[in-house]
Each structure stands twice: as structure tokens, then as C-alpha cells.
Design a protein around this ligand. Sequence first.
Ligand code: GLU
Length: 510
Amino acid sequence: MNKIRVRFAPSPTGPLHMGGVRTALFNYLFAKKHKGSFLLRIEDTDQMRYVPGAEEYIMEALNWCGIKIDEGIKEGGHYGPYKQSERKEIYKTYIQKLIDNGSAYYAFDTPEELDEMRKQSEESGSSVRQYNFMTRREMKNSFTLTKDELNKKLNSGEPYVIRFNVPENENLTVNDIIRGEVIVNTSQLDDKVLFKSDGLPTYHLANIVDDYLMKITHVIRGEEWLPSLPLHVLLYRSFGWENTMPQFAHLPLLLKPTGKGKLSKRDGDQLGFPVFPLEWKDPETGEISAGYRESGYLPDAFLNMIALLGWNPGNEEEIFNVDELAKKFDLTKVQKGGARFSPEKAKWFNQQYIIKTSNEDLMEHITPFLQNKTIDGDNLYLEKVIGLVKERMVLLSDFWGQAAFFFETPLEYDEKLVKKHWKEDTTQIMLHIYEIIERIKELKFTSSHIEESVKFYIEEQELSFGNVLNPLRLILTGTGGGPHIFDIISTIGKEESLKRIMNGITKIKK
Ligand code: GLU
């Protein structure tokens, strides 16, 4: 079998939606599993829809997720250029082949004439309102113009398009790896535009020509392209490329959290979750759309989460790194029906990954969220704190909320907790704790040793644990909650602990 070659072929018309990332990922996993190549091809022939920055965004997003490109604009490769706007001459040669063998034809109809055609077929009750085997005979094109008229028009520079000559009434069998065999009658198809007089091909022509020239073996793309499949199969046939036609797999849609309808940016805005991998600023309106990266998700968690949208390895396991995913991935097991996206599940994945990531690696990911924060202490200290609070984090951006007191002496105390925990004898008890901590030698200043000494005191004095540890936590952290109290004391250190206890005693008076 030929070497597997797959491509992700986005159009730079805006930021890449998470559904697009999923398409790229499934291509990548498939290539990785079969030791094939993964290509990134930028399909930018529709100049009206070109959005500045989108191309860079796509590459940065794939890079952030850890999807590695084997061939592409930056990576190079034997089949470039990998950007369609740089391949214009190639498409001209190939459209000419279709004109020459009668598979494509010129059409000169104006937008008004096209509207009129659609209106008339509507009025006559015809269900067919497209440019096809029936209507083409009444329009201005290679079928109805004489050779002379045609040449005159072409030479005079009159705008035209080149349409595909779809055969009439043929039952065409198309195959999809996920959906199986589908039979389509060609009379239902439109004579799609393949080329425009601005010298640029449309998506269909450029896509087929490039897949052929780039030796693509499998086309894995979103379900929205399924209706184009019959046309693509016909195009392969018209070029005489049936033998090297790739296999097709159309991935299921991503559905809203309710399970009804396609997941859209608006759902994200309404329910407060990102639908894009990275933050995106619309170059025209300046509007900002949230990204997973900026919202505090780990790239591996994001990747794992989207890998399971529409596919699963057939058991209950859910946590996989990218190598494991590639090993297990099976295109034939991708589901046909839409895949419901759950923002809660996305958070759950992130939490699992935060827990299992080493403190050192987590530090790298957390650092961008610590801008404008004063981190007192070295990296080892930061790592230690990360280790203590990571089980309490869902997003990377939760770190500071959980850990600020490790870096800042509290200046205020939660009033409700003061009321609840500061009793008549608390000041006295805290003074004793102060003395106990003061007596512990620096060398023995470990969590377990501090715990032992404080517990000994509590038991000896027949105090309740709550009456000692709750106010102690309050004056050390300013709030309630947080990691094990003795871990906090040993981490912030003796001097700082004593300072905080004294602060607490003087500031909170009953
Ligand atoms: N340029 C198309 C898109 O934006 C590619 C579709 C395909 O993969 O064939 O999705």
C-alpha cells in the first residue's frame, strides 16, 4: 500500500473553531498511526472571505495543541507550494484539460439572468432551481453560443465562469469510510462553478487538483463537505484519476451542550466557554473571542477532550496522551451521529491533567497567568506551592486564587470566618501556638513535626481541633480552605508564620 498521506485544508476566513481542530487532530492521529504524513494546506482562493491573521492563527493553534505538521508552508515539502493562492498557474492548466475533454464549459450569465432563471423555474413549479442539464440549454454558455460568439466574448474580456458539466441521470455510488456507500442520482446535482474569470479556481477544483498532485490517500474532513462528495468523485473521473482517488471520511458535527443543533460561537458566549483554541481578536470589529489557552486549559487536556468528540476507543478509558491516542485511533470507529460537546467535561479533563502534570511542567503553564503578581521566592518555592494547590485547581487561571497567601501576608481576614472562629480564648490559644512554633528548630521545621507538636498541645490542653486549627488557618491565610494547614506553615516558613500569627492576634480583637 502507498504511504498514507492526509491533509488539513482550512480556509483562512477567521479563527479555527474547535471542530476544525478536531478535524486536524483526526488527520494527524491517522497519519501518526500509519506512519504517514500530515500536510497543512491553506485554501485561500476565495479572496472575498480572506481574513488577515487567520492563517497565522491556524498555525499557532495547531502548534499550541501539539499537532505536528510534516509538510506545509513553514515546514516545506516536495509537493508545494502549500498555499493555493501560490498555485494559480497549476489550476489554469487543469481547468483547460476539463474544457478540452468536454467536462467543463464557459458560462456568461449575469447575476440578474441567473436570478431570472431561478425565478422562472420556481414559477413553473419545477423543483430544480439550479444550473443543470435542464436549465443550461436556455442560458448563455458553451452549449448555446456558437464557437464564434464564444470566442468573441472570451476575447473581449467579458466576465465568465467555468462550470462543471454534470452528467444527466446517472446513479453514482460514492463511498465514505464512516458512513458507508451512498447512491446519488447526478440529475440532482448543480453544474458547480469551477473557475472564475478573475483567474482563480473555486474550492472544488483547487481541492481536487491539489489532493491529486499532493498524493493524498485519505480525505478526512467535516460532515458539511459530504454534499460535495458526488461532485468530487465526478471530477476525479473527468480527469481520469479514478485509480488514485483518495478514500473519504466525513466527521460528525459537534453539537451544542444541549445536544440539539450545531455548536456555535454564540453558545460559547452565552454559556461562558471558549469555542476557539486561542483567543481571537476580530481585525475589523476588534471583538475578542475567548480561547482555551487564555482561559487556562492545558493543551494536552484540550487535545484529549476533542479526540473523544465523535470517537472512543471502545472502552471506558478516557485519559490518553497523543501517542496513546494515535495507537488506538480507528477511523472506522468514528460515529456517524453528531458529537455533543460538554463544557463540564472539558473542565474535568483539564483538572485531571493538572493533577497528573509534574509541578515543574505546570509552572511553565501557570507562569503566563502570573503577570502583575509579585512572586516572592524562587522557582523551587513556586513549584512546591503548585504541588500543594493543584488538586484544587480546575483551570490554570485558578492558581492565584488558591495560592495568593503563599506569596502575600494577609492584610485582611474574612469577616464571617472571624465571627465564626474567633472565640473568647482564641487569642490565648494563638499565643500558645506562637510559642510552640517558635520553639521548633529550623532543621525540624517540617509539616509532620509541626503537626505533631501542635496536636500534642491540643490533646494535652483538651482543646477541640476546630477551635485551634480554624482560627490558625484564618490568620495564616486570611480565609478558610486551602491545603493541609501544617503544609502551609512549613512552606511559608517559621519567620513568616510567626509574623502572621502575631498580626492576626493584634488585628483581630474581641
Ligand atoms: N477548505 C475547506 C475548508 O475550509 C476544506 C474542505 C476539505 O477538507 O476538503 O474546510
